[in-house]
Write a protein that binds this ligand. Structure first.
Ligand SMILES: O=C(O)CCC(=O)C(=O)O
Ligand SMILES: [Fe+2]
Length: 264
């Protein structure tokens, strides 16, 4: 079996990835909202096929259960009790790494596709995007079982690209509050973040309406975001398509050990 072609996997009528007007529209939405959902990105047959593939890989998932701060650091109790830097949130999920994704997977069809990558560049305002140098981190299939969640956090990378393969029965919602800090300017908005953790945010979180087969882009370095606990027996299956803006970079050894349980 060979890798399916882009038109067999992506609904190119609804999402003409090569088209400059389409790209400009996507970019305007992402710039305005801090997140973008491409509804019905995958063709229905590709969604069904990816669910089957993800289910067949699930027994290989590494399960991580972590506590961390919203800044993805270890809580520092030398800060006051209500300071965002001393407060822990919990994240639990299972992850299958890129090296375990079959060569003929539809996920490779668009992860590697030059048109898809140049579309991402235009939408994100990047010159070029590169895969991770390590064999684990470029494509991750994540599984959220009943009760599993990602606590409020900021990402280390400036943007994220995700594909929802299977939505849970309930819960498992991606929520975000855009522009809650400026990592670039070193402004971490500890007070605003603490208010979110206390359940009294200045601005209400936005719930992303991402359904199975929808691609999402978000600026997770400055948008505070979380995934609410999954409710019910249907596993949330979400693929993270991870890129770097420079070649030759690997995910840190600490992050690989935490999320994948191994380095390569
Ligand atoms: O599962 C999701 O939808 C978001 C994933 C995420 O925020 C992350 O991996 O940092
Ligand atoms: Fe994140």
């Amino acid at each position: 079996m060979s890798v399916p072609s882009l038109c067999q996997v992506v609904d190119l009528d609804a999402h003409p990835l090569h088209d400059d007007g389409y790209r400009a529209q996507c970019r305007a939405t992402l710039d305005r909202d801090g997140a973008l959902v491409l509804s019905g990105f995958l063709l229905p047959a590709a969604v069904r096929q990816l669910v089957a593939e993800a289910e067949s890989l699930q027994h290989l998932a590494f399960h991580s259960e972590q506590t961390h701060t919203v800044y993805l650091e270890t809580a520092d109790q030398s800060y006051p009790q209500n300071d965002a830097r001393s407060r822990e949130v919990a994240s639990t999920k299972g992850a299958v790494t890129a090296d375990l994704v079959p060569d003929e997977s539809a996920l490779r069809t668009f992860y590697d596709d030059p048109v898809f990558r140049s579309m991402l560049c235009d939408v994100l305002g990047e010159d070029e995007l590169f895969e991770y140098a390590d064999p684990l981190s470029s494509i991750n299939v994540n599984y959220f079982l009943a009760g599993q969640e990602l606590g409020w956090h900021f990402d280390n990378s400036s943007f994220a690209v995700t594909l929802l393969v299977q939505a849970p029965g309930a819960g498992g919602t991606f929520e975000y509050i855009d522009a809650m800090r400026s990592a670039e300017r070193g402004e971490h908005n500890e007070q605003g973040v603490a208010a979110v953790l206390d359940g009294r945010p200045d601005r209400p979180p936005v719930a992303l309406d991402q359904r199975a087969g929808d691609l999402a882009l978000f600026r997770g370095r400055d948008a505070l975001h979380r995934v609410t606990p999954v409710v019910g027996d249907r596993t949330r299956i979400l693929v993270v398509l991870a890129y770097n803006t420079e070649p030759g970079l690997s995910l840190s050894e600490h992050a690989r050990m935490t999320f994948f349980g191994r380095l390569g």
